[in-house]
Ligand binder design. Structure first.
Ligand code: NAD
Length: 326
């Protein structure tokens, strides 16, 4: 199947493009390169254009009349920046997505949208299903839920079909080292540990040691970016079974289904890297929560997909990628 991947020059979009090719599909990339370079587009069909550029969109569909789906990864993704520049984030993420979805629904093109687990309300209940309460706590996350709601409304009103995939915490790089996170990509705990590993920072601050978790440190759900990419292939191939005329819109969590605490992640990093990381206990930062992990039931039932790669593999691939690019 030929698929338009918006944001296909970025971290996750480029990995999805490699997974598409490995599964005999054809990606066509549309990316403005606002937060990436053309490196990951080499050898692929690539249009350097903003998703709001309707002329470019028409050109792409004129050149590739057989595009059947859009995987919409393009977005601004930096949470602190979204707090400072909400207008920019709503304009770039929400307004521009609306134009893309209008085009998709007019052309009856399937849509798979990159959403985030950051839309969920944090609670004592740490396992999150697709029906858990929502309460996105940053402008970035609010743009994502706004886009999801618009997408659902479009499907109900215009007869189009879409799936939103809510990613938990992607880590690692393409195991074949074709792409990976750029230095600018916020990679949270793993980014910090890599900086310490490379001697750029000295100590690892554990933000909170009294959370209601098994060792007192916060919990997250890490998913290898390759597993994440493969879930998109399943969603694409099973699309017509998953969303129908009666139920044209669906939401699926993509996580490992397992919570990992900060201490557990730290230990995994030490084991994989062979380096002991100096650590300091510190207070939680504003907005920090105990965290959550995904229920993988719906992904398993619907996509017949389970992640295959361990956290250790994600860490090893991230270290290998870092060595390759630095
Ligand atoms: N990385 C994560 O931790 C994470 C977690 C949950 C969800 N997501 C979602 O996954 C998607 C991909 O994230 P990523 O980590 O690969 O980010 P990224 O910044 O590496 O990739 C985003 C790409 O979109 C492009 N882009 C941005 N605005 C554009 C526009 N208006 N027109 C065309 N191209 C545009 C950028 O140039 C970049 O190449 C995003 O939608 C993000 O919200 C990411």
């Amino acid at each position: 199947m030929k698929v338009l991947v918006t944001g296909g020059a970025g971290y996750i979009g480029s990995t999805i493009c490699s997974a598409l090719e490995d599964n005999n599909h054809v990606p066509v990339i549309m990316d403005s390169l606002v937060n990436s370079s053309s490196t990951f587009t080499e050898g692929k069909k690539f249009y350097k254009a903003d998703i709001s550029d309707s002329k470019a969109l028409k050109e792409i569909f004129r050149d590739h009349k057989d595009i059947e789906a859009i995987i919409h990864c393009a977005a601004l993704v930096i949470v602190p920046e979204s707090v400072q520049k909400p207008y920019l984030y709503y304009q770039e993420n929400v307004s521009k997505s609306l134009e893309l979805f209008k085009f998709a629904s007019d052309s009856k093109i399937k849509v798979i949208f990159s959403s985030t687990a950051a839309v969920y309300k944090s609670s004592e209940e740490q396992m999150v299903t697709e029906n858990s309460p929502l309460d996105p706590d940053s402008p970035y996350a609010r743009t994502k839920i706004t886009i999801e709601m618009a997408l659902r409304d479009f499907c109900n009103a215009y007869g189009s079909k879409a799936i939103s995939l809510r990613y938990f915490n992607p880590i690692g790089a393409d195991p074949k080292m074709r792409s990976g996170p750029s230095a600018e990509t916020p990679t949270h705990i793993l980014g910090k540990l890599l900086s310490i590993y490379e001697g750029k920072e000295s100590d690892f601050k554990i933000a909170g040691t009294n959370w209601p978790t098994r060792d007192g440190t916060a919990i997250r759900d890490y998913i290898h970016v390759w597993d994440l990419a493969e879930a998109h292939i399943r969603a694409l191939e099973l699309f017509d079974d998953l969303v129908t005329h009666e139920n044209p819109y669906s939401v699926i969590n993509l996580g490992s289904g397992q919570g990992t605490t900060v201490l557990e992640f730290l230990e995994a990093f030490e084991e994989v890297s062979g380096v002991e990381i100096a650590r300091i206990d510190s207070s939680p930062r504003p907005g920090d929560t105990a965290g959550a992990y995904a229920s993988g039931d719906k992904a398993w039932d619907n996509l017949r997909w389970k992640p295959r790669m361990s956290i250790e593999q994600g860490i090893a691939d991230a270290i290998k990628w870092n060595r390759k690019v630095t």
